[in-house]
Design a protein around this ligand. Structure first.
Ligand SMILES: [Zn+2]
Length: 233
């Protein structure tokens, strides 16, 4: 169920001057549209940061707010209100896109809490070169083999040669790494509950575990993408 955020900064409504918290798109007193609020994506929906979200509730709230913010409704309003309807809509769309996706939601929430997550922390840099120092220890050997096979496959393709055995081997590797990705997702979900319901100690432990899992996940995703691209050439 949607919970109401009660700990945001109070601001005065531009229209009726009654104070409300800085997380709301509409004044609770006079219902007038407000400038884009200063809170996080969760507060746009009146939610406290959490990982186990009621997705049906979120979608319902997204559509309700989208309708209320629709620029057509503000065609005859003042210039500021017209601008805010566009800016609030953009914010609402960003917030919804981020929160409805389980991985984006987890990354976003952990970043809100100071975690460092990003491509620079994953097993690859932007040029796509594998940084072996970031390979998860338990995958070192397999990743090494896989990269050799990928290289062989690319060479074979370049020469216009077929290598059915290599093809099969890469397809097997892809299935294996896909399976490992699913495992990571299950482990992540198990941490969500700890983060949402635990005390500060449990929460900080869950945060560390999730950062490591997201690292592993990004690494695995990059591998699967490489194999898919090489097979699909
Ligand atoms: Zn007001």
């Amino acid at each position: 169920m949607l919970k109401i955020l009660d700990s945001a900064v109070p601001v005065a409504c531009w229209s009726c001057s009654v104070a409300h918290n800085d997380a709301t798109l509409f004044c609770p007193h006079c219902s007038k549209i407000q400038p884009p609020p200063g809170g996080d994506f969760f507060s746009v929906f009146g939610l406290k940061p959490c990982l186990n979200l009621d997705l049906m509730g979120l979608e319902h709230e997204f559509h309700r707010l989208s309708r209320k913010l629709h620029p057509d409704r503000f065609a005859r309003s003042g210039e500021h209100e017209r601008e805010w309807s566009l800016a609030d809509t953009a914010l609402l769309n960003d917030a919804y896109r981020t929160l409805k996706d389980p991985i984006h939601r987890t990354e976003y929430l952990l970043k809100l809490h100071g975690a460092e997550i990003g491509e620079e922390h994953a097993g690859k840099d932007r040029k796509g070169k594998v940084d072996t120092s970031r390979v998860p220890a338990d995958l070192l050997e397999e990743v090494f083999d896989l990269n050799m096979q990928l290289e062989e496959m690319r060479m074979a393709r370049k020469m216009g040669e077929e290598d059915p055995a290599l093809q099969v081997s890469l397809e097997q590797a892809k299935r294996k790494f896909d399976g490992l990705l699913d495992e990571v997702d299950d482990e992540l979900r198990a941490e969500w509950k700890k983060w949402d319901e635990g005390d500060a100690g449990v929460r900080s432990g869950a945060q560390k575990t999730m950062v490591a899992l997201l690292d592993r996940r990004r690494y695995l995703s990059n591998l699967v993408r490489d194999v898919t691209e090489t097979l699909g050439d």
